[in-house]
Design a protein around this ligand. Structure first.
Ligand code: NAP
Ligand code: MG
Length: 403
């Protein structure tokens, strides 16, 4: 069988610890036997970030802008313990944060559903994708505690030096104050990423905020979404047979619980932070959650939602067997290869990516799974296997499907 050829390289961002081990095995066992893999390789492992003074992270993000599609392995975000462990000259910033800032993207997280692992909410038969706005609001706030009474005001100074003042509160005792902001261009980018993604996956888009209470701030989000939808997306949505739906955040929460899933839920920064943890827990496992960063200009970076699984890596280093779930990382690869196939018009590559996902799901539904899923699965014939045996079991099924 001839290997599938690629025309444009995928930006490959290698990472750390157990996920770096899985990364190589996934390529060797599941990808390179079938695809003449063309990547531009960036080693975002912490050692190389230190060696390049983090230039490699910036370069990988620029390459993603140039080529349009990247696949990223989980990486260590250094803390004090990592500075000692790796002898770092600096506590380098989170690569995900750096890449997100350069691509100005929105993060879409989607659970992978398999038979035998039922969501805690029984009506959720289809996945719910959360799209979280990753800029501003309470994450870029200024806040203070005030003592003994006094006046808090909101002061806006325009570029000519004119001041507009509004009373926040006349305090008679102690209290707290908070100032926060967002930018129209960031909200517009968020809206466009969401509309484009909904068209990509042909699912309805929901957006919710608290515009009845926040008549300027949250209302601005609602208005921007609406203006962009009316101007640029209304007809495209109609043609794709999908809808855009705005409602209040409390109404949205109630509807989400009653729903069957199968839609995208766009959330303001804080709502997305809180709700994505609720949704991912309800679906079962972080190791079964895909994550893709989509820029307003249509650049894609695929990754797993979990970390580098440090505890398993230390076992691996001691020569002990691990049973680490590689599903989210496999789906990062299949998502990236599928997108490359769509953009470059290579149907065989799209087909291969679909079959890789199918082989992965079939393996788990046949009862072969890693320890984390073994604990959750209700299948009678379930069997716990080690990290490599799991990939090999997928490989066997993929090989049969590719015939
Ligand atoms: P983690 O790697 O997500 O793992 C936490 C625990 O969750 C694991 O010890 C394991 O539980 C379970 N788990 C997570 N992924 C799993 C998988 N694929 N298969 C089986 N079990 C899995 O989080 P962490 O240990 O807190 O963080 C480790 C490093 O990852 C940190 O340096 C952090 O900075 C980094 N991180 C990176 C990203 C990213 O690049 N996107 C995201 C988050 C964290 P058991 O030990 O009970 O088996
Ligand atoms: Mg959170």
């Amino acid at each position: 069988m001839d290997k599938i050829r690629m025309t444009t390289p995928l930006v490959e961002m290698d990472g750390d610890e157990m996920t770096r081990v899985l990364w190589q095995w996934i390529k060797d066992i599941l990808i390179t036997p079938y695809v003449d893999l063309k990547t531009e390789y960036y080693d975002l492992g912490l050692k190389n970030r230190e060696a390049t003074k983090d230039q490699v992270t910036l370069d990988s993000a620029e390459a993603t802008k140039k080529y349009g599609v990247a696949v990223k392995c989980a990486t260590i975000t250094p803390n004090a313990a990592r500075v000692d462990e790796y002898g770092l000259s600096q506590m380098w910033k989170s690569p995900n944060g750096t890449i997100r800032a350069i691509l100005d993207g929105t993060v879409f997280r989607t659970p992978i559903l398999v038979k035998g692992i039922s969501p805690y909410i029984p009506t959720w038969t289809k996945p719910i994708t959360i799209a979280r706005h990753a800029y501003g609001d309470v994450y870029k706030n200024t806040e203070m505690q005030v003592k003994g009474g006094g006046k808090a005001e909101l002061v806006w100074t325009d570029k000519d030096g004119n001041e507009t003042r509004q009373l926040i509160h006349q305090f008679t005792g102690d209290g707290v104050i908070q100032g926060m902001h967002n930018r129209d261009d960031s909200i517009e980018g968020f809206a466009r990423s969401c509309f484009n993604y909904a068209l990509d996956v042909k699912q309805d888009l929901w957006f919710a905020a608290k515009d009845t209470i926040s008549k300027q701030y949250d209302h601005r989000f609602k208005d921007i979404f609406n203006e962009i939808f009316e101007a640029d997306y209304k007809e495209k949505f109609a043609a794709a047979g999908i809808t855009y739906f705005y409602t209040l955040i409390d109404d949205a929460v109630a509807r989400v619980i009653r729903s069957n899933g199968g839609f995208i839920w766009a959330c303001k920064n804080y709502d997305g932070d809180v709700m994505s943890d609720m949704v991912s827990t309800a679906y079962g496992s972080l190791a079964m959650m895909t994550s893709v960063l989509v820029s307003p200009t249509g650049v894609y970076e695929f990754e797993a939602a979990h970390g580098t699984v440090q505890r398993h890596y230390y076992k691996h280093l001691k020569g002990e067997e691990t049973s680490t779930n590689s599903v989210a990382t496999i789906f990062a690869w299949s998502g990236a290869l599928k997108k490359r196939g769509e953009l470059d018009n290579i149907p065989e590559l799209v087909k291969y990516a679909d079959l890789l996902e199918k082989a992965t799901i079939n393996t788990i539904e046949d009862g072969i799974m890693t320890g984390d899923l073994y604990q959750l699965s209700s299948l009678d014939n379930k069997q716990k296997v080690n990290s490599k045996a799991f990939l090999e079991a997928i490989g066997t099924r993929l090989s049969a499907l590719m015939q």
